[in-house]
Each structure stands twice: as structure tokens, then as C-alpha cells.
Design a protein around this ligand. Structure first.
Ligand SMILES: [Mg+2]
Length: 220
């Protein structure tokens, strides 16, 4: 029997070594990049709420379909070492694995499909484009654009029986750390970023997906 029935995995700086919004900003030049990286960092440290910057960052960048395709390639390129094997092994052990991200769904979906995730097991924020592929808006109904979004969504999934307990969540940011007390264990992922505010409240640190697999399968 695995130690956990379900695993909730963050995407940016956890499953993949990129912050999607920062990558998109870099395509708009150094000034936009500096402003957006600073905002993202403050949000992931918990200094400002995500909802105060979510729309602002996208309006500054206005990512096109082509930008999102480039980001999808970057997600695939920066996939955490061993993540594919670990996710396969956890699934074979009967563990349910889902992705919960405040990132852009259309950019994450290709790598998620490569890793065998059903579209219904990828929870992220959709963008809308016009026919020419220009940015129109983001899904303003998604809780994942807000600071309490992950706990709200994960609580729903648990209550609907779509995530069996015990549940472990793994992520690197302040929005992930909000899952403390909602899931049964929260692991700070430190393979790409070390955020002391997140590590401080986490039940444990996990530096690699191989280690995550051991913990989930009860082999640590
Ligand atoms: Mg993250």
C-alpha cells in the first residue's frame, strides 16, 4: 500500500523549472521582465496576494498563441529530472496524481498529456484568444488566480471524491503553502527554488521527484 492515495503537484518551479509568466514577460523585453519577475517573486513569497497581480501581469504581456506555444516548449524542455518516471511509478502503485497550477492551461497541457495526464486532471487557468491568436482575457471564474485558490479547488476535489485521502501536495510557492491544513501533508519542493517562507510551514522538503515517489509509496 502506498503511503498516500493522491498527490497534488504544482507546475511552475516544481514539475518544470520555469515560471511561465516570467518566461512570457522575457519575450516583451527587459523592462517588462524586471517588473513582472519582481511581482511574481513577491507573490510567491506571500508578500502580496496573487489576485492583485494576476490580471495586471497578463495585461502587460498580452501573450499570443505563438507565445503560449513557445512556453509549452519551455515547459517540456525544463521538466524536472525523473518526473516522468516518478509519476508513472506512483500511478502504477495505484496513486492518483493531479496537477494544480495558477499557470496557463494551454501552455501546460502539451507536457501534461506527454506525462499521461487526462485533461480533467490538469487544473490551471485558461486564456481566451481572438481568431488571429491575440490575447483577449483569462478565465476570471477560476479560483486559481487568487491566493486561496488552491485550497478552495483541492477541498472541492476531496469533497467530490476525486482525490482520495490521504493526500500529499508538493509545490514551491506561497499559494501551494496555503494547502497546509487542507491536505494531509505538504511538501516544499526545493529542486528549482528555495523559498524559506514555504519551507517554514511545510511538513517536509522534497528536492527531487525520485524522493517524492519514495515518500508517496512509503519507501522513504
Ligand atoms: Mg510553483
Amino acid at each position: 500500500m502506498p503511503a498516500y492515495a493522491s498527490v497534488v503537484i504544482d507546475v511552475d518551479s516544481t514539475l518544470c523549472g520555469v515560471e511561465g509568466i516570467d518566461f512570457l514577460a522575457a519575450r516583451r523585453g527587459p523592462k517588462v521582465t524586471a517588473e513582472i519577475v519582481a511581482l511574481t517573486d513577491r507573490a510567491m513569497k506571500g508578500e502580496i496576494p496573487l489576485e492583485s497581480i494576476y490580471g495586471h501581469r497578463l495585461t502587460m504581456i498580452r501573450p499570443t498563441r505563438a507565445d503560449i506555444a513557445a512556453l509549452a516548449t519551455e515547459y517540456a524542455r525544463t521538466l524536472a529530472p525523473g518526473a516522468g518516471n516518478a509519476i508513472d511509478a506512483m500511478r502504477r502503485a495505484g496513486v492518483r496524481v493531479v496537477l494544480v497550477s495558477g499557470g496557463i492551461r494551454e501552455a501546460i497541457a502539451p507536457v501534461a498529456r506527454t506525462l499521461g495526464f487526462d485533461d480533467s486532471d490538469l487544473h490551471a487557468v485558461s486564456l481566451r484568444f481572438d481568431d488571429a491568436g491575440n490575447y483577449v482575457d483569462f478565465d476570471r471564474s477560476s479560483p486559481l488566480t487568487t491566493q486561496p485558490g488552491k485550497p478552495m479547488l483541492v477541498t472541492d476535489l476531496m469533497q467530490e471524491g476525486r482525490l482520495s485521502r490521504p493526500v500529499i501536495a508538493v509545490g514551491d510557492g506561497a499559494t501551494d503553502a496555503k494547502l497546509v491544513g487542507v491536505v494531509d501533508r505538504f511538501a516544499a519542493f526545493t529542486g528549482f527554488a528555495r523559498r524559506e517562507n514555504v519551507i517554514a510551514v511545510a511538513d517536509m522538503e522534497v528536492p527531487t521527484f525520485a524522493k517524492l515517489e519514495q515518500i508517496v509509496r512509503g519507501m522513504d
